[in-house]
Design a protein around this ligand. Structure first.
Ligand code: AHM
Ligand code: MG
Length: 346
């Protein structure tokens, strides 16, 4: 029987201890998020039992049907963060506008963005869903937070992470010192360090994309996906296909085994489907910290300056060489069609 474990709070605190100027607030904020994750995980585990499944009968700001668990996860995260004095403003996939902390609470120095329950169409079929979060230092000087605090490029994130509610519940995060994963031990209610310093393989085994959109992709994307399937084995290692339709689960698998996930633009979704601030940016920070990379096809996700809270962006993310292959292919096909274009900074 094991008698020595590293809990998430001990690990976070020990990491922050390496920086004498650190106040401990970011550590506490990550721990607040871990608490929200435990509450959400518990609700998901009970989902089939307490008749919480099904739609809440409302639509979110994207015009999508909200699931009851979406609503629960959204409220849980907001309630775990708003009173702490560590956060000045929040932004959620489920809320149209930014959420400044209520006036009865102290406003802190961080802005937090989150997708409370990503992949929620998987809930009713008992497949993996997740929570994604992104943390920025505030830009406004004082008072309640403003849009300027949430509309920051991914490269200024101080922390990002996700929680995967799968066969076990895992929390994976980075503060810019590598990527670390914790597994929830339900018997003691603690996240325990299980994956220290995750490094994703340079070349992946899998490609993950919704191929039902193939006919709506541009020529470059079609050529790149054909390459990933094995059309050009001299240029890119042929891959096996895996697609759950839950970004957290697809990304997590590829992070561990190596692989590339794509949600490109298509004729119906000219900017792709995924959202920059609380899906693409945090995942891009994690990918880069695990020595992978993330682009919108050609440009680095972390360099994109957001214009609005729910902005969408095409996403190609995962093993560095595979993401590079997609960018090279898109560039080559575009060049053939219309002459030279600017080189991306990968
Ligand atoms: P959601 O945030 O509304 O759940 O949508 C995002 C999800 C991602 O988890 C997943 O990668 C993608 O939508 C799947 O979309 P599609 O069903 O078009 O393949
Ligand atoms: Mg989502």
């Amino acid at each position: 029987m094991q008698t020595s474990v590293t809990t998430i709070d001990r690990f976070i605190n020990e990491q922050e201890d390496q920086y004498p100027a650190a106040t401990g607030e970011l550590s506490s904020l990550l721990y607040d998020i871990a608490l929200a994750a435990k509450l959400i995980a518990a609700a998901i585990r009970r989902a089939g039992l307490v008749n919480i499944l099904g739609t809440a009968g409302a639509q979110n700001v994207q015009g999508e049907e909200q699931q009851k668990l979406d609503v629960f996860a959204n409220e849980t995260i907001k309630n775990c963060l708003k009173h702490t004095g560590r956060v000045c403003v929040m932004g959620s996939e489920e809320d149209e506008d930014i959420i400044p902390v209520p006036t009865e609470y102290e406003a802190g120095k961080y802005a937090v963005l989150f997708d409370p329950l990503d992949g929620s169409s998987n809930i009713d079929v008992n497949s993996a869903v997740g929570t994604i979060f992104s943390i920025h230092r505030r830009r406004s000087i004082d008072g309640r937070g403003t849009s300027a605090d949430v509309l920051q490029p991914g490269c200024t994130q101080v922390a990002a992470g996700y929680v995967m509610y799968g066969s076990s519940t895992m929390l994976v995060y980075t503060t810019g010192q590598g990527v670390h994963g914790f597994t929830l031990d339900p018997t003691i209610g603690e996240f325990l360090l299980s994956h220290e310093r995750i490094v994703t393989p340079r070349i992946g085994k899998y490609y993950s994309v919704n191929e039902s959109n193939f006919g709506r992709w541009d020529k470059g994307t079609q050529t790149a996906v054909r390459g990933l399937k094995g059309d050009t084995p001299d240029v890119v290692a042929p891959k096996n296909s895996r697609y759950i339709g839950s970004l957290v689960a697809d990304f997590h698998r590829n992070l561990i085994t190596g692989g590339v996930f794509l949600y490109p633009a298509d004729a119906r979704n000219p900017d792709g489907k995924l959202r920059l601030l609380y899906e693409a940016s945090p995942m891009a920070f994690i990918a880069e910290q695990a020595q992978g990379s993330a682009t919108d096809g050609m440009n680095r996700i972390l360099d994109i300056v957001p214009l609005n809270l729910h902005q969408r962006v095409p996403l190609v993310i995962g093993s560095r060489e595979d993401v590079g292959f997609v960018a090279d292919t898109l560039r080559r096909v575009a060049q053939r069609a219309s002459g030279p274009i600017a080189q991306p900074a990968l």
